[in-house]
Design a binder for this molecule. Structure first.
Ligand SMILES: Nc1ncnc2c1ncn2[C@@H]1O[C@H](COP(=O)(O)OP(=O)(O)OP(=O)(O)O)[C@@H](O)[C@H]1O
Length: 274
């Protein structure tokens, strides 16, 4: 076989292998997903494969559908009565909108952290133990372990271990956000959705959450909506750029920020609009 033919064969074989890897490692597959609030369409033909154990960032200007998209991944968007959807979102190989799909399971597998920290008006300990208790865990020793491991997982244990019975509202904003992440970890999710989790935090608290996100991806798949492009570039592996409800580009983060394919992505990341 000629050298050129041989290289082409190897190239094609690698491409097939890479494609298989991509399919195998996607935790979510979103296909031709459309969403309307009443008559207003907010998402258009969204197609994305969200990789497992990676950080996927969703960026784009205000109103482009980032929050709508992330809330579709755990079906929270259905809480808005006027919502209609078409297309499919499969999670771990199952269509989450199929009539026999159990949304309760999705809520256990997929945790969510919001823009503003929202601890319960309870002690630090009870904030974490709440979810496991709802899932029927009663033994104090087991709950103690979950609380400790979750707080360690969220890099908060050392700061709060001597004040677990104090009210969570006494924590700083950044600590409260890490508490919310710990609360998420306590129900042992596979995926953590984060909707602008650092936008209400100062730079030091933001840096801690970013560091935490990086360490969590070893065990969790993370999808993070962010307005902050530097943040997306720092912490994510893949980035999706949304504009007017469409995915304009979905790429490895390095590539999207250094060599975007689409002119609109380039205009956005270089600050020409947004
Ligand atoms: N509950 C709702 N009812 C009606 N329309 C809504 C609702 N929530 C969002 N929308 C509309 O859907 C579109 C997308 O909004 P969405 O909040 O998803 O955008 P976003 O990119 O997250 O914006 P931002 O960055 O400002 O948070 C907007 O036009 C918005 O007005």
């Amino acid at each position: 076989m000629s050298t050129a033919l041989e290289s082409k064969r190897i190239f094609l074989a690698n491409a097939v292998e890479n494609e298989k890897e991509d399919v195998k490692k996607s935790i979510y597959n979103v296909d031709n997903f459309n969403l309307w609030y009443g008559n207003d369409q907010a998402l258009y033909d969204v197609k994305l494969a969200i990789p497992e154990n990676r950080v996927t960032a969703i960026i784009g200007p205000s109103g482009c559908g980032k929050s709508t998209f992330i809330k579709s991944l755990n079906r929270m968007v259905e809480l808005v009565p006027s919502v209609n959807m078409s297309g499919s979102i499969s999670y771990a190989g199952q269509d989450i909108f199929s009539p026999d799909y159990k949304v309760e399971q999705l809520r256990t597998d997929v945790g969510m952290v919001f823009q503003h920290p929202n601890p319960f008006p309870k002690s630090i300990y009870d904030n974490i133990a709440y979810g496991p208790k709802i899932h029927g865990i009663r033994k104090k020793k087991v709950l103690d372990e979950i609380v400790e491991n979750s707080l360690k997982g969220a890099a908060l244990w050392d700061e709060v271990k001597d004040r677990l019975q104090e009210n969570a509202f006494g924590l700083s904003g950044g600590q409260q956000q890490r508490l919310c992440i710990a609360r998420c970890l306590a129900i042992e999710p596979d995926v953590i959705l984060m909707d602008e989790p650092t936008s209400a935090l100062d730079p030091i608290a933001t840096a801690k959450v970013e560091e935490l996100v990086q360490s969590l991806k070893e065990d969790y798949s993370i999808v993070i909506v962010t307005h902050n492009m530097q943040q997306a570039a720092r912490i994510s592996d893949k980035t999706a750029f949304f504009l007017n409800g469409e995915v304009i580009e979905f790429e490895n983060t390095d590539k999207l920020f250094s060599n975007p394919e689409d002119r609109r992505t380039e205009d956005y990341i270089t600050g020409r609009f947004g």
